[in-house]
Design a protein around this ligand. Structure first.
Ligand code: HEC
Ligand code: HEC
Ligand code: HEC
Ligand code: HEC
Ligand code: HEC
Ligand code: HEC
Ligand code: HEC
Ligand code: HEC
Ligand code: HEC
Length: 337
C-alpha cells in the first residue's frame, strides 16, 4: 500500500514536473522568434558564412551603375528610413540581396576611383535572385511581409497563384520606379500578360469597364489569395457584386429562387457577346431553367393572337427580385413589377 502510494506520488510529481517543463518550453516556442536569425539563413543560401552586412551606404557609394536604383529606392516606402522605435524592420539593399561584404571586397572607397580602375562589384556573391525557385524568391519578401504585418498576405500560402509558381517578383517590379505597389492603372495590363483569355473577354461588346479603368481586376480579385474560389473578394459571390450594385442586394419578399445568390449564374463578369454581360442571349438564358409560355393579352383573344414571348424581361422586368406579389392574395412573385 505504502509502496503504491510512494510510486504514485513519484509518478504524480513526475507528471507535474514534465507538465511544467512542457508548458515552459511551449511558452518558449510561442515566442515569435526564428530558430536562427534570418541573416544566418541568408549567409547559408549565399553559400558563404563569412559574408558580412556592409550597409546601403557602402553599396551605393561604391557602385556607379546603381544611381537610378539608389535614387528610386531612397524615395520608396522601403527606402524611407523606418525608425527602429516603430518596430518595423529597416529595409536596405541587403535585406533582399543578401550580405554584401564579399561583393565589394576588391572595390575602392568611391565610384570614380572604381570606374577608373574598371573594377565592379562581384554580383555573384549576392543571392542569385533571378534563379532562385519561385517560393524562395517569395520568401525574401515574406520574411518581413508575414500575415501579421501585411494582412493582405494572410491567404498567400494556399493561393492558386502561389501553388502555380507565381511569385512576388512576377507582379512587383522593385526597381522600375520608387513605387513598389502595383498601381490601379497598371493592374489590368499586368494581369492580361498571363490571362489572355480574360483580355479577350474584356474586349467583347458588353464588358465591365476595366479597359476604361473605371474598375480594376483587384476590385473583385485579391491576387494574394482569398477565402473564396477564383481568388474572389467578398464573403459570398453575391456580396462581392452588390458592393457596387446595391439595388440588387435585397432581401426581396419574392426572391428568384436561390439563383441570384451567385450572379454568375446569369452574368459573365468579364465580358460577353450578349447585352448586360448575360451568359446567354434571351430567351435562351431563361429557357435553360423555364419553359416558354404564351400570354393571352385580352381574355377573349383567339389562339392565333396569342404571343409566344421571346423577350422575357420586357414583362418580367424585376428579374432580380421584387416585393410585389403576382396578384392579390398571392404568395409568390412573378417579377412583372
Ligand atoms: C525589397 C527587395 C529589394 C531591395 C530592398 C533592393 N532590391 Fe535590388 N532587386 C530586387 C529584385 C527582386 C531584383 C530582380 C528583379 C527586379 O528587377 O525586379 C533586384 C535587382 C537588382 C539589380 C539588378 C541586378 C539583376 O540581376 O537584375 C541591382 C543592380 C539591384 N537590384 C541593386 C539594388 C540596390 C543598390 C539596392 C539598395 C539601394 C537594392 N537593389 C535594393 C529586390 C530588392
Ligand atoms: C526587410 C524587410 C522587408 C523586406 C525584405 C521586404 N519588405 Fe516590403 N515593406 C517593408 C516595410 C517595413 C514596408 C512599409 C510598411 C508596410 O507597408 O507594411 C513595406 C512596404 C511594401 C509595399 C507597400 C508599398 C506601398 O507603396 O504601399 C510593397 C508593395 C512591398 N513592401 C513589397 C515587397 C516585396 C515584393 C518584397 C520582396 C521583393 C518586399 N516588399 C520585401 C519591409 C520589407
Ligand atoms: C499576381 C500579381 C501579384 C502577386 C503574385 C503578388 N502581388 Fe502584391 N500586389 C499586387 C497588386 C495588383 C497590388 C495592389 C493591390 C490593390 O490595389 O488592392 C499588390 C499590393 C501589395 C502590397 C500592398 C498591400 C496594401 O494593402 O497596400 C503588398 C505589401 C504586397 N502586394 C506584397 C506582395 C508580396 C510580399 C508578394 C509575394 C508573397 C506579392 N505581393 C505577390 C499584385 C501581386
Ligand atoms: C466585376 C468583378 C470582376 C472583375 C472586375 C474581374 N473579375 Fe475575374 N472573375 C470574377 C468572377 C465573379 C469570377 C468567377 C466566375 C464564375 O464563377 O464563373 C472570375 C473568374 C476569373 C478567373 C478564373 C477563370 C474564369 O474565367 O472563370 C480569372 C483568371 C480571372 N477572373 C481574372 C481576372 C482578371 C485578369 C481581371 C482583370 C482584367 C478580372 N478577372 C476582373 C469577377 C471579376
Ligand atoms: C506571371 C503570370 C501571372 C500573372 C502576372 C497573374 N496571374 Fe493569375 N494566375 C496565373 C496562373 C499560372 C494561375 C493558375 C492557373 C490558371 O488558373 O490559369 C492563375 C490563376 C488566377 C486566378 C484563379 C483562376 C481560378 O480558376 O481559380 C485568378 C482569379 C487570377 N489568376 C487573377 C489574376 C489577377 C487579378 C492578376 C493581376 C493582378 C493576375 N492573376 C496576374 C498566372 C498569373
Ligand atoms: C467595383 C465596382 C463593381 C463591382 C464589384 C461589380 N460591378 Fe458590375 N458594374 C460596375 C460598373 C462601373 C459598371 C458599368 C456601369 C455603367 O457603365 O453604367 C457595371 C456594369 C454591370 C452590368 C451591366 C452591364 C450593362 O451593359 O448593362 C452588369 C450586368 C454587372 N455590372 C454585373 C456585375 C456582377 C455580376 C458583379 C459581380 C461579379 C459585378 N457587376 C461587380 C461596377 C462594379
Ligand atoms: C436569373 C438570371 C439573373 C441573375 C441570377 C442575375 N441577373 Fe442581373 N440581369 C439579368 C437580366 C436578364 C438582365 C437584363 C435586364 C433587362 O433586360 O432589362 C440583368 C441586368 C443586370 C444589370 C444591368 C441592368 C440593371 O438592371 O441595372 C445589372 C447591374 C445586374 N443585372 C446585376 C446583377 C447582380 C449584381 C446579380 C447578383 C445579385 C445579378 N444581376 C443576377 C439576369 C440575372
Ligand atoms: C438557373 C436557372 C434559372 C434561370 C437561368 C432563370 N430562372 Fe427563373 N426561376 C428559377 C427558379 C429556381 C425559380 C423559383 C421557382 C420556384 O420557387 O418554384 C424561378 C422563378 C421564376 C419566376 C417566378 C415563378 C414562380 O412560380 O414564382 C419567373 C417569372 C421567372 N423565374 C422568370 C425567369 C426569367 C424571365 C428568366 C430569364 C431572364 C429566368 N427566370 C431565368 C430558375 C431560373
Ligand atoms: C408579354 C409579357 C410576358 C413575356 C414577354 C413573358 N412572360 Fe412570363 N409571364 C407573364 C405573365 C403575365 C405571367 C403571370 C401569369 C400568371 O401569373 O398566371 C407570367 C408568368 C411566368 C412564369 C410563372 C409561370 C407560372 O407557372 O406561374 C414563368 C416561369 C415565366 N412567366 C417565364 C417566362 C419566360 C422564360 C419568358 C421568356 C421566354 C417569359 N416568361 C416571357 C408575362 C410574360
Amino acid at each position: 500500500m505504502n509502496m503504491l502510494n510512494t510510486i504514485s506520488g513519484i509518478f504524480t510529481a513526475a507528471v507535474v514536473t514534465t507538465g511544467a517543463l512542457l508548458l515552459s518550453s511551449c511558452a518558449e516556442l510561442k515566442q515569435d522568434r526564428p530558430l536562427l536569425p534570418v541573416r544566418e539563413y541568408e549567409r547559408m543560401i549565399v553559400g558563404r558564412l563569412d559574408a558580412e552586412y556592409v550597409g546601403t551606404d557602402n553599396c551605393v557609394s561604391k557602385c556607379h551603375k546603381h544611381e537610378k536604383i539608389a535614387d528610386d529606392f531612397r524615395h520608396s516606402l522601403h527606402g524611407e528610413q523606418i525608425k527602429p522605435e516603430t518596430g518595423l524592420p529597416l529595409v536596405n539593399c541587403e535585406s533582399c540581396h543578401g550580405p554584401g561584404s564579399l561583393a565589394i571586397e576588391k572595390l575602392g572607397d568611391n565610384v570614380e576611383e572604381n570606374d577608373e580602375k574598371k573594377v565592379k562589384c562581384d554580383t555573384s556573391t549576392f543571392l542569385d535572385i533571378h534563379n532562385l525557385p519561385t517560393p524562395a524568391q517569395s520568401l525574401i519578401c515574406l520574411k518581413c511581409h508575414a500575415a501579421a504585418s501585411s494582412p493582405t498576405l494572410a491567404h498567400w500560402t494556399g493561393s492558386v497563384h502561389a501553388l502555380n509558381d507565381v511569385g512576388c517578383f512576377d507582379c512587383h517590379k522593385l526597381h522600375r520606379s520608387p513605387r513598389q505597389k502595383v498601381t490601379r492603372e497598371e493592374t489590368a495590363e499586368l494581369c492580361y500578360g498571363c490571362h489572355t483569355e480574360i483580355k479577350a473577354e474584356n474586349s467583347l461588346f458588353s464588358h465591365h469597364p476595366i479597359r476604361e479603368k473605371k474598375i480594376a481586376c483587384t476590385d473583385c480579385h485579391d491576387p494574394h489569395g482569398s477565402v473564396q474560389p477564383h481568388l474572389l473578394k467578398g464573403s459570398t459571390p453575391k456580396e462581392l457584386c452588390t458592393r457596387c450594385h446595391m439595388e440588387k442586394q435585397g432581401p426581396f419578399a419574392f426572391e428568384h429562387g436561390d439563383v441570384t445568390e451567385n450572379c454568375a449564374t446569369c452574368h459573365s463578369p468579364h465580358g460577353s457577346v450578349n447585352n448586360h454581360l448575360l451568359n446567354a442571349a434571351m430567351p435562351f438564358l431563361c429557357l435553360q431553367c423555364h419553359g416558354g409560355h404564351v400570354v393571352t393579352l385580352m381574355p377573349n383573344d383567339p389562339v392565333d393572337k396569342r404571343l409566344f414571348n421571346n423577350r422575357c424581361t420586357d414583362c418580367h422586368s424585376q428579374i432580380h427580385g421584387t416585393d410585389i406579389p403576382a396578384g392579390a392574395n398571392n404568395n409568390r412573385g412573378n417579377f412583372l413589377r
